[in-house]
Write a protein that binds this ligand. Structure first.
Ligand code: SAM
Length: 299
């Protein structure tokens, strides 16, 4: 309680007291510890308990800032079960901070059930904003930022991933994806098939860390780069793809697709892809994958 009042006075020069039982959603660094905000430190030090996605990871952060608040694990496997109990404790006046392994909780991380229940119970849910890989990557991408779509992680199974990318094919807003390092190359290859080889994209790797790289190029060039340099397959990635401009990328793509569709009406997939590649100059493998997708979707 005391903590809440002091903090509000400091930050807002106001005497408003946050009601008891506040749930704080606290962002933490995505790699660089110096990105921890003063307010995050104050809140984590002042709450009754901290719910952490992985206590072994968060304990390092807490040690670094000499924070001694008791902590317990709240992750995707126990959140549904724990959330009602935590809400009951909040209702009794306890304060709680939720953190994830890195970045902002609930952004491809646990916490949705807890926040939903806490809000339904009319409890105060207070953001302590800070790093998020999505916003960090977008802000340096050079791609349009006025409108964007956050897709999070694509499905890990290739058929489902391709189907999802197919749905996003004509999306005109900048697309933002999270991807695991062991899937980044296959993902870029699937994106070539769905969005075309020439679609501009950005690979934001290891943001705020020692080996941070932000590379902007066509999907084809990025895939080549990652394939040729295994170093570029390590670490954490955000993949951003320019929205469909409906103009030049489409003229190459649409023509290849038109030829492919015509040939597919008469020939087996492999032959159709091979001939379409010869006629249009587009990569044979990409056309083959596209032909498979067209067949699967009944096109
Ligand atoms: N809640 C986090 C946030 O606000 O960004 C994201 C958590 S999600 C489980 C983890 C994914 O975020 C990683 O697989 C990667 O795609 C992305 N990510 C996290 N840290 C990153 C970093 N330092 N550089 C690039 N991508 C990162």
């Amino acid at each position: 309680m005391l903590f809440c009042r002091l903090e509000w006075m400091k930050m807002n020069d106001a005497t408003v007291e946050t009601p008891g039982g506040t749930l704080y959603i606290v962002a933490t660094p995505i790699g660089n510890l110096a990105d921890m905000s003063q307010r995050a430190i104050a809140v984590l030090s002042g709450v009754d308990r901290i719910a952490a996605e992985d206590t072994r990871r968060t304990v390092k952060l807490l040690r670094h800032y000499a924070i001694q608040t008791p902590m317990f694990a709240l992750h995707e496997h126990n959140e549904r079960e724990l959330a009602p109990r935590l809400v009951a404790q909040l209702e009794q006046g306890q304060s709680l901070a939720l953190v994830c392994d890195a970045g902002t909780p609930l952004i491809s991380d646990p916490g949705y059930n807890l926040v939903r229940l806490a809000r339904a119970a009319n409890l105060a849910v207070v953001p302590v904003p800070g790093p998020s890989a999505l916003i960090a990557a977008l802000s340096v991408s050079g791609l349009a930022t006025d409108h964007f779509v956050f897709e999070g992680f694509l499905p890990s199974r290739q058929a489902a991933r391709k189907a999802r990318l197919e749905v996003l094919r004509s999306e005109s807003r900048t697309l933002v994806f999270y991807e695991a390092s062991h899937r980044v190359l296959e993902c870029l290859k699937d994106m070539q098939v769905a969005f075309g080889l020439e679609r501009q994209a950005v690979l934001a790797r290891e943001l705020t860390k020692q080996f941070e790289t932000v590379r902007a190029d066509s999907l084809q060039a990025l895939a080549h780069k990652v394939e040729d340099d295994t170093q570029q397959q390590k670490g954490e990635f955000v993949i951003l793809v320019a929205g469909d401009s409906g103009v030049e990328s489409h003229s190459v793509h649409a023509e290849a697709e038109r030829v492919l569709s015509l040939l597919l009406g008469e020939l087996p997939i492999k032959t159709a892809a091979k001939l379409a590649a010869r006629i249009t100059g587009v990569n044979k493998r990409a056309l083959y994958d596209r032909a498979l997708a067209l067949k699967q979707s009944g096109g």
